[in-house]
Design a protein around this ligand. Sequence first.
Ligand code: GDP
Ligand code: MG
Length: 345
Amino acid sequence: MADARRSRREEKAPARPESSTSIPMPGGSLVGPACPQDPRPGRAGKESARRCGFIALIGAPNVGKSTLVNALVGSKVAIVSHKVQTTRSLLRGIATAGSAQLIFVDTPGIFAPRRRLDRAMVTSAWAGAADADVVGMMVEASRGVDAETGDVLDKLTAIRRPRILLINKIDLVEKTRLLEIARHANDRMEFAATFMVSALTGNGVPDVKSWLAEHVPEGPWHYPPDQITDAPLRQLAAEITREKLYLRLHQELPYQSMVETEQWRKLGDGSIRIEQTIYVERDSQRKIVLGKGGRSIKAIGADARREIADMIEAPVHLFLFVKVRERWSEDRDHYRAMGLEFPRE
Ligand code: GDP
Ligand code: MG
């Protein structure tokens, strides 16, 4: 199980006191009928009752779900890239806010699936929402409620969980536009609260946390207080390499590539030797990953090594291999490794 620790968590202080960006929506208070029973106890003397809840972030690809999970946790647990469909399975980022433990479920984006891997990701995203205590519906400010987001909104009606609206990337648009989007979305569907955030700058993020801290159910914490994700380190390390791969090769590389950590060995001097394999589906893709004279793979390895070493706070020797495995995205075992159900067709 996870042992990524919260050690660096306190260093990043996303709080900006002036950034109170939750707004009451027309015709209601922040707590509306979408959150039928307000679970807040009477304030006096009950402040320390423990609370714990799962909050699934859903939305179209690229709206910033993974970035927001990282901002909420205060440490990088989910990988991010401008390439769509970076997140493949449900990853949990864990944060504390006062006496509450907030478990954020980062989901793959919801879109019209074509291939098997796409279908598995979309199914997993909806499963994450159905299991959550609160669903955070994310909309990108610069796109508003476009066709893709509208589609997610329509399907969300079937999920009978309390929901909040999170308008992200507010650093990119005018304030008037934000109010328009908030109204539009709230007209289509009832939200218990609306927040405007920038996952990138941290603006508005503390408000989301404090609201959730008061609204998740009372109950014991699921994870130890210093744990920030439920993903094992091997998997996080593989995700980091996949992120570097995407960041470097986003134009050339089709998204059918995956990374597996095959070996993780602690050496006598306290350093860690890690071997990972990057699987691609065709030899032409293998050549792209390697780059001229191995230049690309070297750069990817150097970036990944640095970040993995940072995460585990130990020196790392990272060895990357590239293998062609035709049709890996049709192979049941790989789905299990990614934490996804294998769709029947
Ligand atoms: P996901 O697919 O919904 O998980 O989206 P990601 O978290 O991977 O982010 C997609 C892209 O949007 C990345 O390039 C992020 O850096 C960028 N992004 C995320 N949040 C913000 C934000 O608040 N402002 C801006 N300007 N960019 C953001
Ligand atoms: Mg993502």
